[in-house]
Design a protein around this ligand. Structure first.
Ligand code: PNS
Length: 167
């Protein structure tokens, strides 16, 4: 049995809800791989390399446990990454029935493809209404996203960041 879990997602951008699920997963598994994956069904706002940096910085900011690594994957199926690193479990955060409906077909396909199990993690209800798409919309219209995202993401979205830092 594997003690490595993969928490995949678009993370465009990472939210406090994502971080909550990542931290809870790190309490259960020996090793957690946060995997930034391109979702062809979504129009991405932030380049993948920058999303990865934002997650790493947010984890540092929140004093996350050391058993978390952050990676990206763009060359094949999610289950190929899981098999490569010896992970037997995918963990997805679900905020409610709508998320379960969205995640269930992917969970079944991933199990059929490579016997990788998916486990659903309930985030803190405080984050139940938070989504990356909502954050993108509020930020693009000039609203305050600080209740929903870590400070580094707020700075990035609201332009308080050093212009010399690469994106
Ligand atoms: O945060 P998202 O956008 O809901 O994450 C969805 C994601 C990226 C995890 C999903 O689209 C995915 O696993 N893509 C990788 C391609 C793949 O393996 N597809 C087949 C199984 S669903």
């Amino acid at each position: 049995m594997s003690n490595i879990a993969v928490v995949p997602g678009s993370f465009d951008p990472v939210t406090l809800g994502h971080l909550d699920v990542i931290q809870r997963t790190a309490n259960v598994f020996d090793e957690v791989h946060v995997l930034v994956v391109h979702n062809p069904d979504k129009n991405a706002m932030i380049p993948i390399a920058r999303r990865l940096e934002l997650i790493e910085q947010a984890l540092l900011e929140t004093g996350a446990p050391r058993n978390i690594v952050v990676r990206s994957w763009s060359v094949g199926l999610l289950v190929d990454y899981c098999t490569d690193v010896g992970a037997g479990v995918i963990v997805k955060g679900v905020r409610g029935a709508k998320d379960v409906d969205y995640e269930t077909p992917m969970a079944i396909v991933n199990r059929n493809l490579a016997r990788i199990e998916t486990m659903f993690m309930m985030p803190n209800p405080q984050h139940a209404h938070v989504s990356s798409s909502l954050v993108r919309q509020v930020a693009s219209l000039g609203g305050d996203v600080s209740p929903y995202v870590p400070e580094v993401v707020r700075e990035f979205l609201q332009g308080d960041t050093d212009p010399n830092i690469s994106v």
